[in-house]
Design a protein around this ligand. Structure first.
Ligand SMILES: Cc1cc2nc3c(=O)[nH]c(=O)nc-3n(C[C@H](O)[C@H](O)[C@H](O)COP(=O)(O)OP(=O)(O)OC[C@H]3O[C@@H](n4cnc5c(N)ncnc54)[C@H](O)[C@@H]3O)c2cc1C
Length: 410
């Protein structure tokens, strides 16, 4: 790393892919997968078991408020089924929503959580003097987000990110019109083909400039959102919505919201469920039993749980069409902000092959020079494999430096 001119004073590297209680970042549609698979994964089973969480929400998948809304859906099903005691597996947003709704309905509810903490894929950690989020950072689709209402009621500081106004640069020259390339691809691709074939066919007849712009658009708008390589994604992944207008992050950390929403609930930590027995009148999980169970573990973990009887064919089929995307963050902190300032706080970096494609500059929001870089799918294998966290942080720093140099060259 001789070329590195700026060294972070602190860094943090996430490892969601290796985390035994998430096994990846969030769900995506595998080839042939449709939102209908999400819906059928969450169907009630024999009036006493329902799977819930971000993966089961066909409207807002892979997002915290999607998880929250799906937890509410599951709780309503338990209430309709006449449940008097409910076991909720997992204390992420889906589990918390379910448990709160059941408590409000006067139904006894116990939450079993595998970790020694709440929040699941939402977790804020201290990096020097500031809080940074390892998992979810933004309250997305803000105007239609029930968690945003809670955050506002609590008076939590919020900071808007305008994803439409990134400070962007490309490693190999001027920046093409990425948005136009993305819209043209979505309109022009043959959706009857598998996604990778459809993209290849679409690009066949295009000139090099369009190919380059389309590759960048796919890296930024699809692979960094769905977090799997093209060959592993469904055509329908082109339409699953991610970032939206008015998204906001929480400069003091998302975990504040988790702590508030968990208040007063009966949550038992360090209680990993390994088996769910729904063969009798009661559902049994270890030494607990209840007349209804809501299981909110991520789909990557679901496969490790022994269900008796096994999950029915419709749910197995749904699971075969859903996969965990791989997304990690590298947070870097410096003595001073040496990189160009993006008015939106949002940075985009287009390189080939892709590396750290997007960054959030937290500096203005947290008062200390801090940036968080995101890296997904096959780029992770290229950058993370065989490297220590410190080495990964330095590679991330190099990417940030290359982005800053490219901008200065413009
Ligand atoms: C890096 C990253 C960035 C993201 N960015 C955003 C973002 O900006 N905005 C956004 O809206 N979303 C984002 N997401 C997605 C968001 O975090 C998830 O969609 C959401 O938190 C999922 O909530 P959930 O309740 O469905 O699952 P989880 O939060 O995973 O909750 C499930 C719970 O089950 C527990 N569990 C697992 N196995 C067991 C077991 N065997 N027994 C008992 N408990 C178990 C887990 O520990 C966990 O607490 C991001 C995720 C990642 C990883």
């Amino acid at each position: 790393m001789d070329s590195l001119r700026h060294h972070p004073i602190r860094f943090h590297v996430t490892h969601w892919s290796d985390d035994p209680f998430s096994r990846g970042a969030y769900s995506s549609l595998l080839p042939g997968g449709t939102p209908e698979h999400r819906r059928s994964l969450g169907e009630v089973l024999d009036g006493k078991l329902v799977l819930a969480g971000e993966a089961c929400n066909p409207v807002a998948p892979a997002m915290t408020h999607g998880a929250w809304n799906d937890g509410l859906r599951a709780a309503r099903i338990a209430i309709e089924a006449g449940a008097r005691r409910v076991l909720v597996i997992g204390a992420g947003f889906a589990g918390l929503a379910a448990a709160r709704h059941l408590r409000e309905a006067g139904i006894e509810c116990v939450v079993l959580e595998a970790r020694d903490r709440l929040g699941g894929r939402v977790h804020s950690i201290a990096l020097g003097p500031v809080w940074v989020d390892e998992g979810a950072a933004w309250l997305q689709q803000f105007n239609d987000n029930p968690l945003a209402i809670h955050a506002r009621q609590l008076g939590l500081p919020l900071r808007e990110t305008d994803f439409g106004q990134p400070l962007a640069a490309a490693a190999d020259g001027t920046l093409p019109d990425i948005d136009a390339a993305w819209e043209a691809l979505r309109a022009g691709i043959d959706r009857s083909l598998p996604l990778a074939d459809g993209v290849a066919r679409y690009l066949e007849s295009r000139d090099e400039a369009v190919r380059r712009a389309t590759r960048f658009a796919l890296d930024a708008n699809l692979i960094l959102e769905a977090c799997l390589p093209l060959e592993s994604l469904s055509v329908d992944a082109l339409d699953e919505e991610g970032v939206g207008a008015g998204d906001r992050f929480l400069p003091q950390g998302y975990s504040q919201l988790v702590a508030h929403l968990a208040e007063g609930l009966d949550i038992r930590l360090n209680r990993p469920a390994t088996a769910i027995d729904w063969s009798g009148d009661q559902v049994r999980v270890a030494d607990e039993s209840a007349d209804f169970c809501i299981c909110t573990v991520p789909i990557g973990v679901l496969r490790d749980i022994h269900f008796n009887p096994p999950l029915p064919p419709a749910q197995q089929n749904a699971l075969d069409h859903l996969g965990m995307g791989q997304l990690e963050k590298v947070v870097l902190q410096f003595d001073e902000r040496w990189w160009p300032v993006s008015p939106s706080g949002y940075l985009r970096w287009y390189d080939t092959p892709a590396s750290f494609g997007e960054w959030l500059d937290l500096t203005d929001a947290v008062g200390t020079p801090t940036v968080a870089g995101l890296i997904a799918a096959d780029a992770l294998e290229r950058v993370f494999a065989g490297r220590s966290d410190e080495e990964i942080a330095l590679v991330a720093c190099e990417a940030l430096q290359a982005w800053a140099d490219a901008l200065r060259r413009l």
